[in-house]
Design a protein around this ligand. Structure first.
Ligand code: NAD
Ligand code: USQ
Length: 424
């Protein structure tokens, strides 16, 4: 396959669960890809004493394998986006990328709620990474399209009683003179965790740099990603994608599939009445390409698209998997502070109109995941399955404090380094 060097894409967070398959997919589509990552996610695995259920190779081994399998080269830059500002500007100025895909944030809600340190780390990391990226695009003087992975969670999970629009809400305000003014505003944000809060704040950063500097941004409000493999990551075991199953990073559907595969009870939080949006990992990578290939016009406001294909209630998912596998459901105390029951209707026309053909939850696909889970079940540590991150301080546990992990030190021990004017 020919590589189009005019179209370089930087994949920030390209060693992660969504970023790795996206980097491979874009590489195979003919883009010249550079992965940028600080490997903090691998350090968090060490901090939590957990490993991906699937055995993931070092990034060097992954890239070497991709080269051997396809003859395609993916470049790599190790950078901490929250701290390494000058090298980021240099990278963007040197490569003048056609698009930058921004996955590089701490993405687990339970992890972000574990302790005050985890809250502060998540905020420092995510907000500084996004702000540095936007400032660097302006400093580098490039008209690069930023494609950011946001979350459906910014809308909140109450029952809106309406279809959740794609980012903007039509409002009509009554004036004192009896007239009415119509406006479109950012949908009022209602984050359910510190992690989700950082995504809400990202939205304001995008709106500001778009208004002030004309930075072109697509913000993809993505639902919960399920599945493991894509066509590219399946090419060789050394390319396998990560599979998080632990109580902090494992997401609900993959956790249930893994739990069923190892004969563990399905851990339904509370009544399981929470309704959430979902998307398969192969649709994630396709959506990124659709967003890259249809950039917003110069001067266009931040484009927001809801990146999800279906909604499900947690207990319905558990029942579906229990019926198919014989696993038992366990209704456990909900460690989170969230509505016990909610309805969710979501507009997702934009990506479908661009050509997305949704992959719906189907037995065949679930079996693929279960097979992965069964194959690597011996790598599972069942002690790590329960969710032990509590949204509210539990009286029996006292205030949550946690030791500072090495990857946090850089951000938390020297906060002044984050606000020091560069080169002064
Ligand atoms: P992940 O943790 O597997 O990957 C994130 C990657 O970013 C990791 O490789 C990590 O090392 C890197 N990173 C984090 N901070 C960085 C920094 N300061 N500098 C450089 N690299 C940094 O997460 P994921 O599941 O692949 O999620 C990717 C993005 O998609 C996140 O922003 C997340 O909010 C969003 N998202 C994920 C899901 C999901 O279900 N996984 C759903 C909706 C949205
Ligand atoms: N849940 C269970 N049992 C479990 C794990 C979770 O019932 O064993 C419940 C949770 O209480 C919650 C729901 O399932 O009500 C979803 O939890 P999750 O961990 O699957 O997803 P969430 O914390 O919302 O976060 C994930 C990703 C995050 C992304 C988000 C998209 O980790 O990066 O932004 O999904 S969304 O949910 O649409 O906001």
């Amino acid at each position: 396959m020919r590589q189009n060097n005019n179209a370089r894409i930087l994949v920030l967070g390209g060693d992660g669960f969504c970023g790795w398959p996206t980097a491979l997919y874009l590489s195979r589509q003919g883009y010249a890809v550079t992965i940028v990552d600080n490997f903090s996610r691998r350090l968090i695995d060490e901090e939590l004493g957990v490993e991906s259920l699937t055995p993931i190779e070092s990034i060097g081994e992954r890239l070497q394998c991709w080269w051997e399998m396809t003859g395609l080269n993916i470049e790599l830059r190790k950078l901490d986006l929250a701290c390494d500002y000058e090298p980021l500007v240099e990278l963007i100025a040197e490569t003048r990328p056609y698009a930058i895909v921004h996955f590089a944030e701490q993405r687990a809600a339970p992890y972000s709620m574990k302790s005050s340190r985890h809250k502060r780390y998540t905020v420092s990391n995510n907000i500084n990474a996004t702000n540095n990226l936007l400032a660097a695009v302006v400093d580098a003087g490039v008209d690069t399209h930023i494609v950011h992975l946001g979350t459906m969670g910014v809308y909140g999970y109450g029952s809106a009683g309406m279809k959740i629009p794609e980012g903007y809400l039509d409002v009509e305000i009554p004036l004192e003179n009896g007239q009415r003014v119509s406006q479109q505003i950012l949908y009022p944000t209602n984050p359910g965790s510190i992690y989700h809060l950082t995504k809400s704040q990202d939205q304001l950063l995008f709106a500001y740099y778009n208004k002030n500097d004309g930075v072109r941004v697509t913000d993809l409000h993505q639902g919960i990603v399920w599945g493991t493999q894509t066509a590219e990551t399946s090419l060789d075991e050394r390319l396998i994608n990560r599979f998080d199953y632990d109580g902090d990073y494992g997401t609900v559907l993959n956790r249930f599939l893994m739990q069923a595969a190892i004969g563990h009870e399905l851990t339904v939080h509370g009544t399981g009445g929470q309704t959430r949006a979902f998307i398969h990992i192969s649709d994630t990578v396709r959506c990124i390409q659709l967003a890259i290939d249809s950039p917003p016009a110069p001067g266009e406001r931040v484009r927001i698209m809801n990146q999800m294909t279906e909604t499900h209630r947690v207990r319905d998912l558990a029942k579906m998997i229990a019926d198919a596998s014989g696993a038992k459901m366990a209704f456990v105390d909900n460690p989170r502070n969230e509505d016990a029951e909610n309805e969710l209707f979501v507009e997702n026309a934009s990506l479908c109109n661009l050509g997305l053909k949704p992959t719906f939850l189907a037995q065949g696909l679930m079996e693929e995941i279960s097979e992965i889970a069964e194959k690597y079940a011996h790598r599972c540590n069942p002690d790590l399955i329960p969710c032990r991150s509590y949204w509210r301080t539990r009286k029996d546990l006292g205030p949550t404090q946690a030791a500072e992990a090495p990857h946090m030190r850089r951000l938390l021990e020297r906060p002044s380094s984050l606000i020091r004017p560069d080169n002064q």
